[in-house]
Design a protein. Sequence first.
Length: 265
Amino acid sequence: MSNIRYKIYPSILDKFQTFLDTDLAVEEFWNIDSEGEYKETADEMSDRLEKELIDSINRVPHEPIEAADKGTCFNEVIDCLIAGRKCEYEGMDIQSGEMGGNRVITAKLNGFEFHYSVDMCKDFATRFEGGISQHRCEAVLPTKYGDVELYGYADEIVTDHVCDIKTTSRYEFGKYGKGWQRHAYPYCLIESGQMQSVSGFAYDVVVWKGGTSRTPVLDGTFYREWYDYHHEQSSKALTDICERFIEWLESHREQITDKKIFAEE
């Protein structure tokens, strides 16, 4: 029987990857002011990202973020349309109606209210017809530091590929290329025996239009960022990143108060 030493999920690997990439991020245009000076130095950014990483592991509560809740509500709307069901997300309310002559789906969460175009939502949902929504994926990944349980929820599984829904106000192709979901979920599906093979992983992206006081109805432009899946390559990549993450975890063990990541519950 496997002896699980760590329990790791892809979104925390994404945060760790962002922390590792501090030296690249500090040179991005958004971190340089009109006089050519850094808004945050590399050290300042590294410290901030490391604190955010530790807070995420420790599940420190934070104030709701409108952009994140907009995406969360949209995901639930799409899942409701695919399954033909009512909202099941705790604390969220979803209703259909009309606004300014437009048919809308209104979702409320954490004090925010979003109005999505019905036509846009239905059009986007057709991409996942016949698929499985919010499927839990988990499997064991052996490392030199012991077995890791990789786990998480795939947004959509359609025939032989996995999809993740992303929403954003700005998009360039390749934006999600360093994301670890595209490796972790197919790996888990194959290693757990739920699928024999996975052809690829798609980030299905909605770039928002509207949502302002003048144009309150949210519409969007769709993009698909596709990555072929190769099990051997992803297995190695996951092993490498998890071993680096474990080394960092162990060096910060005293700061980790939520021990679930150490398989201590």
